[in-house]
Design a protein around this ligand. Sequence first.
Ligand code: ZN
Length: 409
Amino acid sequence: MYVNENEQREIKRLKHERRRTVLLTLLITVLTILVGGVVARAQAAQNYNRAYHNLQSAVKSSADMASLSADDVVAGEKLIVSSDSVATTKHHQKSGARVTDTALNLLKSIRTDAEAELKESDSTVSQWSVRSILNGWLDAQALQNKAAQFNARSRQLAVYTDAVSDSHQRKLLSDARSALNSTILSVETLAQNTTLSSDTRSKLAQESLVARRVSSSSSVSTVEAARKELDDLVNSVNDEISRNNQDILDIEAAVRTVKTTADSSGSYVNSAVKIIHAGGLSEVWGLSAMRGACAITAEQQRSWMAAYCESTPTQVYINSTLGAETTKDSYFADAMRHEVAHHLIHRRCGTTEPASIGDSANAESVASSYAVLYLGANAATLNRATDSRYYMNQASDDAAARIHAGQCS
Ligand SMILES: [Zn+2]
């Protein structure tokens, strides 16, 4: 059979062309796969690097919170952290799980895991490399998985860092409030202290009211500043009280050094006046001078040897109508120690009759006990008083000691 040469050539050409098309298609397919793999890997590498840095900064920003101890967060609090963010953690596989451990412990464990993961991972992955051409899609998948893992870990860490930070803030606020409230209580107690001037007391009362309002503030620094201010006030008032106490102790020592001695004429008047002066007071002759300042009956003006009046706290009134035999008795000098005792009890407690005297003693027996215990008076002499209210006993001695120790109520 005759075959046209031309036809034969045409068939050959067609066969050749078909082979070429198949080869070309194959080549394009292989190239497409290769290039696709390289591009995917480059994209995955970028994601990986971004996720790596996210995790790194999450680890860094969690450092302060992870360094806290259980004492630094709200005690015994079970923190509930958003379950969405933690659903993939190994602690909370179930969605919606509640955090039953403290967030602090979880933060520390997640952080340890994250650090280990960062350590065993490459710090940066190059986008374009020989590996990307050779492994392409395989590498891209692995990098993508790692990036997803890092991102999940970053989110967990951020959630717990926030939770711990919140708890820490609440702890700081609660501690600051407790401290402020305890200072407020001190201030309120001080404001009741009758030995303080009324100006000081009203300042204390006013400052404690202001501080009560501030204690509800949600700012730790505001609450702390209020406490510091109040502490300074308490310290300055306590200093004032200490100075007053030291003053009183000095006065007592000075009164004790004055001897109860008669002058050449047998009179104790000089000794009595020296005692009054050592007590930081001045003498006023004549009990009638007391009228208008303190109540005194005509009978008392005749019978009392001397008197102390709270309204005129720098004076001791002496009966100027006493006979010579009265001033020639050492009782006259010790009676002035009794009056000085009234004054010092007044200075210590803001009243000559503080509640700490109790029911078994009274202001007179306690003043005499105070004079004997701290002002060098003779107990036997003072007990010669004709009025039984002046008789000392254990109860009056104990009350005088309480007052001397600063206990007024
Ligand atoms: Zn008296």
